[in-house]
Ligand binder design. Structure first.
Ligand SMILES: Nc1ncnc2c1ncn2[C@@H]1O[C@H](COP(=O)(O)OP(=O)(O)OP(=O)(O)O)[C@@H](O)[C@H]1O
Ligand SMILES: [Mg+2]
Length: 309
């Protein structure tokens, strides 16, 4: 079973796809079999970053049952046999309103892809799709820029993901799940209170659900003038969400990134010694190190995950 790494952000345009394409290439070069999956429903463009304009098959073919096996959609990236890409789907009625059964089937197939590492590019925002695709992973990467609105959106995203994760833990426990799924929660504390009222063991189960939820932050587009108080963000998340946030690394603002996007090549390929490429190399190292020291790491077997309806 592959290890799944999801990459999300609250705000759009902060560099998720840039991170996914570059990390994918770097991890493949290090000898891992990597598949990138574009789960940015409606905003899929990861294939463009590799200069693939008309992919022969996309996630749409899988969601409409034209192709039955997700492995068939994995498009090889020229020049690197260990790197493949599953191009995403555009905004259609099927994807805008992705049925629960289709989402479950997609997640099941992702977990069976023939690869060592799956990197999932989750679309921006806090839709159920974005939260569920983020949460299906073993490792959670959250990208933000130093812009205060980006950091605030990231905080909101992680908070809602944590709430959704806790609610998911009660899926199999009908009375509690029914009481919870009909309510709209604004904080993890509110969920814990509601859970405590419905079930004695509920709070322990909820806390257990958050134990493995430790997103790692990537700060992109940093400049010498950037002032971002990561400790404050970590403190807020711990206090109000009950979640630990680690910092995976920073990527500087770098003109080579824009140039590489215009040339349809990852910056680590086009300008390997540029500041952004060096930072991305360090990020890839840090990610592998994180994966080797936490459960669910490369090569270990995992239980299939559940998602709420
Ligand atoms: N480190 C950087 N230095 C300079 N420009 C950058 C950097 N990172 C990203 N950009 C710019 O930001 C743009 C958006 O990046 P990207 O498409 O990866 O964001 P995204 O989070 O995937 O966006 P969306 O939410 O729309 O999917 C890039 O086209 C590039 O011009
Ligand atoms: Mg993107």
């Amino acid at each position: 079973m592959p290890s799944i790494v999801s990459v999300a952000s609250g705000k759009g345009g902060v560099g998720k796809s840039m991170v996914v394409s570059n990390l994918g290439l770097l991890l493949a070069r290090k000898g891992h079999r990597v598949i990138l999956v574009d789960m940015d429903i409606g905003g899929a463009n990861l294939h463009i970053l590799f200069g693939i304009f008309h992919p022969p098959a996309t996630l749409t073919d899988f969601l409409t049952n034209t192709l039955k096996n997700l492995n068939e959609i994995a498009h090889p990236i020229p020049g690197l046999s260990s790197l493949k890409l599953i191009p995403g789907t555009g905004e259609t009625l099927i994807t805008a309103n992705l049925q629960h059964a289709k989402k479950k089937r997609l997640i099941r197939h992702l977990q069976k892809l023939d690869a060592d590492i799956i990197l999932v590019d989750v679309g921006a925002g806090t839709s159920y799709h974005a939260l569920d695709f983020f949460l299906l992973a073993d490792y959670f990467l959250a990208v933000a820029t130093p812009d205060p609105t980006s950091v605030l959106d990231l905080y909101r995203f992680i908070k809602l993901a944590a709430i959704r994760k806790v609610l998911t833990a009660f899926l199999a426990r009908d009375p509690v799940a029914e009481a919870l799924l009909d309510k709209d929660f604004h904080s993890v504390t509110a969920v814990l209170e509601a859970v405590g009222q419905t079930s004695e063991s509920g709070v322990a189960i909820a806390q257990q659900a958050l134990t493995g939820f430790q997103p790692a932050l990537i700060l992109n587009r940093m400049t010498p003038k950037s002032r971002i108080n990561t400790l404050h963000l970590q403190h807020l998340l711990k206090q109000y969400v009950g979640t630990d946030l680690s910092v995976l690394g920073n990527i500087p603002e770098d003109i080579h990134v824009q140039q590489s996007i215009l040339k349809y090549l990852p910056v680590v390929e086009l300008a390997p010694s540029s500041p952004a490429a060096m930072a991305l190399n360090q990020l890839a190292e840090n990610l592998l190190e994180m994966m080797s020291r936490t459960p669910g790491a490369l090569g270990q077997m995992k239980e299939p995950r559940k998602i709420p309806a």
